[in-house]
Design a protein around this ligand. Sequence first.
Ligand SMILES: *Cc1c(COP(=O)(O)O)cnc(C)c1O
Length: 393
Amino acid sequence: MTAQQRWQAAMMDNYGTPALELVRGEGATVFDADGTPYLDLVGGIAVNALGHAHPAVVKAVSEQVATLGHTSNLYINPVALSLAETLLDVAGLSGKVLFCNSGAEAVEGATKITRLTGKSKLVACDGGFHGRTMGALSVTGQPSKREPFEPLLPDVTHVPFGDAAALESAVDGDTAAVFIEPVLGEGGVVPAPDGFLQAAREITSNAGALLVLDEVQTGIGRLGSWFAFQQAGVTPDVITLAKGLGGGLPLGAVIGVGEAGELLKPGQHGTTFGGNPIACAAGLAVIRTIREHGLLDHVDTLGKDLAAGVAKLDHPLVSEVRGTGLLQGIGLTKPVAPAVATAAQRAGYLVNPVRPDTIRLAPPLIITERQVVDFLAALPAALDHGLQAGQES
Ligand SMILES: *Cc1c(COP(=O)(O)O)cnc(C)c1O
């Protein structure tokens, strides 16, 4: 039996059947069972910040699992404590941290925190993605993902992403919080228009509502700064993190800034695995490596090279390049992103057709200049393939 046949027999049909099986990775390269290499510009969906098998992560995780693998939150574990202090340090904020195991769980935690304001109305954005659990799905602004699971949380309103006037009219004194992704990630790599996050900060402050920034995808260096809120120059009340934080291990976090960090009281929330020492050791290794290797500047430079390089191809299928740092979206003039991704894969490059008309690039932050140049050289042929597919259909 092929891996695909075994998958179909044993795995719920929730992801379809993937066309490619990966068995090994090194740096920004992954390998299939035949040993064929692929340059990984998906990065496990913006997760593998340090690529694959990074020595710092391997060492931190191996040493921790051999020392103390799990404690639960009935005990202090020094690794989670250090990671919380380190996160607050790189965020440049005073606040408190709650660890969990995924992005949806971070949003779930943030949602529960907003209830402790005594208000229940939530406002979020069309096209936003906040995860698949029932609470996180309630703020997610993608009807096709929501509808099969309704009824969801009541009192959630969605406004067009980037529309400050619509946000202002949706938020009132009964609003507990506004949830925003600084860049729509799953929504197709759409950065918030200039001024939107600042307007959201002003609107929420005036109404006495919390501003929750979902930085699950944009946080931990992805945009060339530790967090997107730092580039926007706004201070949110709550920040959700996951994806890149654990360098490949399941790790999420909620940061409550100032008073928002004081809302949860003993017994109100919890997770057995949250703050697991192995995952937190990986998180510490990620942050230390980003610092020691100057990766924020590297991301900034290579992100600009990548975006400029794609634009310079001047390819008829490319309508625009959107994004910041190493979260870039290639907008296509036709809905042929899957065909482009398939052609790229055949040429040895993994890219993500996040929307029918958008290719998402979220490579490891350690991708090299040489690898970006190689990708840019291979991209036109994959785009040509997309154009052909568009003409045939
Ligand atoms: C991926 C993502 C989530 C959900 O994270 P999971 O780990 O898949 O639960 C939430 N918010 C944003 C912005 C994301 O990109």
